[in-house]
Write a protein that binds this ligand. Structure first.
Ligand code: ATP
Ligand code: MG
Length: 792
């Protein structure tokens, strides 16, 4: 059933085929939007496995989002079958975490390290700046954080930052950076930027490790290469570069100790393919640099460059609009993107009075088009420049009952109760994690007040021990009231009990369930009269479902494309799965906005920022808020470089559309409670007029009259948060019933896969598995103990 070589190559054009078939030297595929770059990557992996006989375990593919990784993996499995599963398809961050989990102890950190997200990092930085007694206005946590992030993305450590500081200001930042790193390290924690930086450090410092990975990954493929930063580039270079493998962190530098024959090994570099489009580079604010594309052949000698010019996604009208717009950017290599899809529909434009009018128009157009059978809700996307702009759309869509989902915005994992629960889990998994331990020390209130916490901190600092060790030794603190000592002891016991559960191999969901109850967290919410606390409780039930789904998922094997004799292997695979707390924490730490992007089949309109839209495609696309000061963003108006980046963002937005494109702007938009009159976006003028039909243009006297009206409605809007973040699983009971017993022929209902028929069962006691045919979803092997399954 796997695709034959002919099938793998049939629907590719000659340069695409060349990229798939290329053997040996590094390859750069550069091409405009929708020209099949991602398709080429996927096909190449399939071809490697299917035709060149490459072991899937020796393939590493890097995508920009978790979702893109999952899709690419699923696509390859579709093409060549399940045996492709051992390949690594992941984001840079996930790949780095996997490497760190096995080798971070080499630099003195424990493998149970915590991953701090932006909120945790900011909290730690706040503590650092507070203690440094610097002017908090000048050294705002956000500013310090961005400064540090910039250093890390350039692989500059605190010492190097201090050494290269030219101003007093920079020296202060470098000091804060050093202290922040010291505290992260003592909490056995890494922030997001560290994940890449520390991995690169490991690979550079330990030649044997680098060699081990070079032996393992014989094929490395990177999508969206235009958005890699220096740290990510160095990660690829450590794996694929021709630099001799030498000891020492500075082997990348010219004139380094490259000649030491003892240290030089002879593993050929892996085959590298990167694909990208410099016109779609939109993450400069995170240190991304198109230098990585421009200098690819210098970085990887002997590299071959392949250009793709045919676009398969969009109509000629959409493509012409995008091409004319991006041409305005200076210093870009000319491209000649074409399509044979025909002109298609004209672009539709609309000038609204206000942002509410704009949203109403978008809602009306969507309903009109769906009613006319032109498109379905799931095939429509609405883009905007910043998350805050989603509100008027939600307002209208809720009122008119239009099904939609917002990607991003207030995230589930940022809610207070969810953060508390996760802090508990982290504190259990990683006792050194001070930020997490301190977050939950007195949550729910257990009489460990600020004074007790301060004594603990003093004790910990004086003895240079982690905060949680101070908790365990609270009885040694003479100044502490005996009541506090008692309370702290029972907290210590609570944590110790749950750490014991982890050591004994308890599942992530069991630990979460237990700690939420035994800590008193659930009881406090249950006893509260505050209606908000009911919602909090529901969110915790939801988190528990996430944990249960995680456990159920790792205990499920996809049997499609299976050969008969592999079933014992499957059994082994099920026995080896990791349903532990650290595995769960890792998964939720790496959750990104883009993971919540709906599938077409979900039947909802997708609302998201232009940044999140990268790599995606939809039949019908609305790009909204085309106003100077909104899009392009106000910040960019005075800076040609930033303006060029905004224009690339517009190019990304327009080129997501397959069949039809709609553009809009509002004459008046209320921002921070102030009505703003923004001129039309210059980007509109950069699209040839003949391509656009304006359904409505600006009135001669732009809608002053409607301003106060719109302002008041805005103020009364009841909507405060984004749409549903997690679709399935909400409201499922928190406790799991005893495993069901099944016979072949039984009908079952699975929360995710739907209706199924049991084909066979195997095993006994707690390890019974059943093979279930879920019709179009496929056949799955489920561990009954964990499967969210109901017998019908
Ligand atoms: P982006 O720059 O937006 O990431 P891309 O270059 O990665 O785009 P793909 O997403 O791979 O482009 O392809 C765009 C669309 O064109 C997809 O729907 C893909 O299936 C289709 N496509 C690509 N190549 C071909 C081809 N040779 N024949 C038919 N369809 C193709
Ligand atoms: Mg792509």
């Amino acid at each position: 059933r796997p695709a034959t070589e002919d099938e793998l190559l049939a629907d590719l054009n000659p340069p695409q085929r060349e990229a798939v078939l290329h053997v040996g030297s590094p390859v750069l595929v550069v091409a405009g939007a929708g020209s099949g770059k991602t398709r080429v990557l996927t096909r190449r992996i399939a071809h490697l496995v299917q035709v060149r006989g490459v072991h899937p375990g020796s393939i590493l593919a890097i995508t920009f989002t978790n979702k893109a990784a999952a899709e690419m993996k699923a696509r390859v499995v579709e093409l060549v079958g399940r045996r492709a599963r051992p390949m690594w398809v992941s984001t840079f961050h996930s790949a780095a975490v996997r490497m760190l989990r096995s080798d971070i102890d080499r630099i003195g950190m424990s493998r149970t390290f915590s991953i701090y997200d932006d909120t945790d990092a900011k909290r730690l930085i706040t503590l650092v700046t507070r203690d440094s007694k610097l002017d908090p206005k000048k050294f705002q946590p956000r500013t310090v954080m961005n400064w540090i992030s910039d250093q890390k993305n350039e692989l500059i450590d605190p010492a190097a930052a201090a050494a290269s500081a030219t101003s007093g200001n920079d020296r202060l930042f470098a000091d804060l950076y050093a202290e922040y790193q010291r505290r992260l390290r003592s909490a056995n924690a890494l922030d997001f930027d560290d994940l890449i930086m520390v991995t690169v450090t490991l690979l550079r410092q330990f030649p044997d490790l680098r060699e081990q990975y070079r032996r393992r990954f014989r094929h490395v493929l990177v999508d969206e290469y235009q958005d890699t930063n220096t740290a990510q580039y160095q990660f690829i270079r450590a794996l694929c570069g021709t630099d001799p493998v030498t000891g020492g962190p500075d082997d990348q530098q010219e004139g380094g100790r490259q000649e030491d024959p003892e240290a030089t090994r002879t593993v050929d570099p892996p085959e590298l393919m990167v694909v990208g489009d410099s016109d779609q580079s939109i993450y400069a604010f995170r240190g991304a640099t198109i230098r990585n594309i421009l200098d690819f052949d210098k970085d990887f000698p002997g590299a071959r460059t392949i250009l793709l010019e045919q676009n398969y996604r969009s109509t000629q009208t959409i493509l012409s609009a995008a091409n004319s717009l991006i041409k305005v950017n200076p210093n870009r290599p000319a491209k000649n993107l074409w399509t044979d899809a025909g002109d298609g529909e004209k672009i539709i434009g609309y000038v609204a009075d206000t942002e509410h009018d704009e949203a109403a128009w978008v809602g009306r157009k969507i309903d009109e088009m769906v009613d006319a059978g032109l498109t379905t809700y799931g095939e429509v996307a609405v883009f905007y420049r910043t998350n805050a702009q989603s509100r008027p759309f939600e307002d209208v869509f809720i009122r008119t009952g239009l099904p939609y989902r917002v990607v991003g915005g207030v995230r589930f994992y940022e809610r207070r109760e969810v953060r508390d629960a996760v802090a508990y889990l982290r504190a259990i998994a990683n006792p050194a994690d001070d930020v997490s331990v301190r977050r939950i020390l007195n949550v729910p209130k257990r009489g460990i007040g600020a004074r007790a916490e301060a004594s603990l901190e003093l004790f910990a600092t004086a003895r240079r021990i982690p905060f949680s060790e101070a908790i365990d030794r609270a009885s040694e603190i003479t100044s502490m009231a005996s009541r506090s000592v008692q309370q702290i002891a029972s907290f210590a016991e609570l944590m110790a009990d749950h750490r014991k559960m982890v050591a004994e191999g308890a599942r992530a969901d069991e630990i979460l369930d237990s700690i939420l109850k035994k800590s008193g967290y659930v009881a406090e919410l249950e006893n509260s009269k505050d209606p908000q606390d009911q919602t909090r409780l529901e969110n915790l039930v939801e988190l528990l479902s996430v944990a249960q789904e995680f456990v159920a998922r790792v205990h499920t094997i996809d049997l499609d494309g299976r050969e008969e004799d592999q079933s014992d292997e499957d059994q082994d695979e099920l026995a080896e799965v990791d349903d532990s707390l650290p595995a769960f924490l890792e998964q939720i730490a790496l959750v990104a906005d883009s993971d919540a992007i709906p599938e077409e089949g979900d039947g909802v309109v997708t609302l998201m920022t232009l940044h999140t839209a990268k790599g995606l495609e939809f039949d019908t696309v609305f790009v909204t808020g085309f106003e100077d000061g909104v899009f392009p963003h106000a910040r960019s108006l005075a800076d040609p470089k930033e303006l060029a980046e905004e224009r690339r963002l517009a190019y990304v937005g327009l080129t997501r559309a397959r069949k039809r494109l709609l553009l809009s702007r509002a004459v008046v938009r209320t921002t921070w409670g102030q009505p703003q009159y923004n001129p039309a976006s210059r980007f509109i003028d950069e699209i040839p007029e003949r391509l656009v039909t304006w359904e409505r243009v600006a009135d001669a006297s732009p809608g002053w009259a409607s301003t106060s009206q719109s302002g008041s409605r805005n103020a009364r809007s009841t909507l405060t948060e984004g749409g549903p973040v997690f679709g399935s699983g909400a409201g499922r009971p928190a406790s799991r019933p005893a495993p069901i017993s099944l016979q072949p022929g039984d009908k079952v209902l699975h929360t995710q896969f739907g209706l199924g028929t049991v084909l066979s069962t195997k095993g006994s006691g707690g390890s019974v598995t059943a093979d279930v045919d879920f019709g179009s979803v496929g056949t799955k092997r489920l561990a009954l103990k964990f499967a969210p399954l109901e017998k019908l």
